[in-house]
Design a protein. Structure first.
Length: 266
């Protein structure tokens, strides 16, 4: 529901970083030929195609060839992690995920961007009816990181994006090697989040399997215990950074951003 250059969101963040770190080069990713397409693609363009497009943009930019820091907001957090895992050239140095849902999310579509839009109601109904059907998976972005703890088998079998990057159907050693090449993987969780269910997904935790009440942290998940992505090794090496900020989803102050996030970009 956003675009690369919206002056009150991503455009504002770009200008803020450029102002605070003079001389820095910031590429705010646009997926599509214009801002309307960029916004629509955040709902309807297959995430795997989006990741391929971003990898092409990064590889074609000579200013990034020595490496870059990546910062993703909300669903951009898990999408940029896919870039880190699938596209090691140019190298991603640090990954900063602000409210990203690394174990996915479930239920409804609370506070859908553009709440008055009929698009939001249509997305809710579509997700409820068949999030794991082939046609929905391929054409609805939010279905591609839909993780229903009551339908784990359906999720593992039919999720075309999240189940793949989270190594749910087997181990892709390249994914693991590429993610472990990060210097830091920073995860920001919003402590009063009403949009992400469960909020602990922002720290790579999730519901305990088979129910939707009790959550467990990353360190208690099979993903971590079996170290399918290298997260356990990264954790022990001090590469995982878990940050909490008071506020609802993507609500943070400029002061917090300056003091907490900017140091990872310098």
């Amino acid at each position: 529901g956003d675009s690369c250059c919206n002056p009150v969101s991503m455009g504002f963040i770009q200008k803020l970083v450029e102002k605070k770190i003079p001389g820095i080069y910031v590429l705010s990713l646009k997926i599509g030929s214009n801002l309307i397409q960029d916004m629509e693609n955040s709902f309807f363009m297959n995430v795997n195609d989006q990741v391929r497009e971003v990898c092409s943009q990064l590889a074609a930019d000579p200013r990034l060839k020595g490496g870059y820091n990546a910062m993703g907001f909300s669903q951009g957090g898990q999408f940029l992690r896919a870039v880190a895992q699938r596209c090691p050239s140019p190298p991603m140095l640090n990954l900063i995920s602000i409210g990203g849902q690394h174990q996915g999310r479930v239920y409804g579509f609370p506070r859908c961007p553009g709440e008055s839009s009929h698009i939001c109601d249509w997305i809710r109904k579509t997700l409820d009816l068949g999030a794991y059907t082939k046609s929905v998976q391929e054409h609805l972005v939010q279905a591609e990181y839909w993780h229903d703890p009551l339908k784990e088998e359906d999720y593992r079998k039919n999720s075309i994006f999240l189940a793949d990057i989270n190594q749910e159907r087997g181990i892709n050693e390249t994914y693991k090697k590429n993610l472990m090449a990060l210097k830091k993987f920073v995860m920001v969780k919003f402590l009063n989040d009403t949009m992400v269910d469960p909020p602990i997904s922002e720290w790579f935790g999730f519901y305990k399997s088979g129910q939707a009440k009790e959550t467990i942290p990353l360190q208690e998940t099979s993903l971590y215990k079996e170290d399918r992505l290298g997260l356990q090794e990264m954790d022990k090496a001090g590469k995982l950074v878990f940050l909490g900020v008071k506020g609802d989803h993507l609500h943070f102050s400029e002061e917090w951003f300056d003091s907490t996030i900017l140091p990872f970009l310098q």
